[in-house]
Design a protein around this ligand. Structure first.
Ligand SMILES: O=C(O)C[C@H]1C=CC(=O)O1
Length: 95
């Protein structure tokens, strides 16, 4: 099941700089791990924002929630999720 996910990151300005750098490094490592596993096939930066648009390919909303809440930056993210369904006019759906 595909999900369109918009993540906006807002790390508090007063967070310790070493903690901030560690969190960002942990986030990158986790993001790469999830992309390599196939559940995070698209990750795009939103131009001009500390935000991304991602596509996740997981079994369920519960699985997506578990995955998103495992991200090290999860406590500092505003996340909007849109479940995706097949469009009848999608060229790939034509026979
Ligand atoms: O930078 C971001 O958009 C937040 C997060 C998503 C992947 C990653 O490495 O960090």
């Amino acid at each position: 099941m595909l999900f369109h996910v918009h993540m906006e990151v807002a790390i508090p300005h007063d967070l310790d700089p070493d903690r901030r750098a560690a969190l960002i490094a942990e986030e990158k490592s986790r993001a790469l791990e999830l992309q390599r596993s196939g559940v995070w096939p698209h990750l795009w930066r939103v131009v001009g924002e500390y935000a991304n648009i991602s596509i996740f390919d997981v079994e369920s909303g519960d699985d997506l929630h578990a995955l998103l809440s495992s991200l090290p930056l999860f406590p500092y993210m505003k996340i909007d999720v849109t479940p995706l369904a097949t469009h009848p006019s999608d060229l790939r759906e034509q026979s």
